[in-house]
Ligand binder design. Structure first.
Ligand SMILES: [Zn+2]
Length: 118
């Protein structure tokens, strides 16, 4: 496995996510202040703000996964499923190098999330 290839991609991604999360958090705060002061329509402003914050939240979850993956590269466990230690499919790593699960356990987790929200 070409670890440097994945490491470089993860580092690039980390840089982008860091830039984006701080930007989005700022934008969320700005809109909150402007919206309330300018229009008095607090409900509309709040909706916009929470959308921006949830985007930022997604990015920060992603950032955590990217950083975990970088740690696994250092630990020498990159490319192994964190559930069973089995190999993660090369195609999955190519598409999303931060993934900590093999296809089987990713599918199981998604099934869990779906059944718990129903
Ligand atoms: Zn697995």
């Amino acid at each position: 496995m070409n670890l440097d290839h994945y490491k470089q991609r993860l580092l690039d991604l980390e840089t982008k996510l860091v830039a984006r999360t701080s930007h989005e958090a700022d934008r969320g705060r700005d809109q909150h202040v402007d919206g309330v002061a300018d229009t008095g329509d607090a409900s509309t402003a709040d909706e916009t703000v929470s959308e921006n914050f949830s985007e930022a939240e997604l990015d920060s979850t992603m950032l955590e996964q990217v950083r975990d993956a970088l740690r696994r590269i250092e630990d020498g466990t990159f490319g192994q499923c964190v559930v069973d230690g089995g190999p993660i499919e090369a195609k999955r790593l190519e598409a999303s190098p931060w993934t900590p699960y093999c296809l089987k356990h990713q599918a199981e987790r998604e099934a869990d999330v779906q059944s718990s929200t129903l």
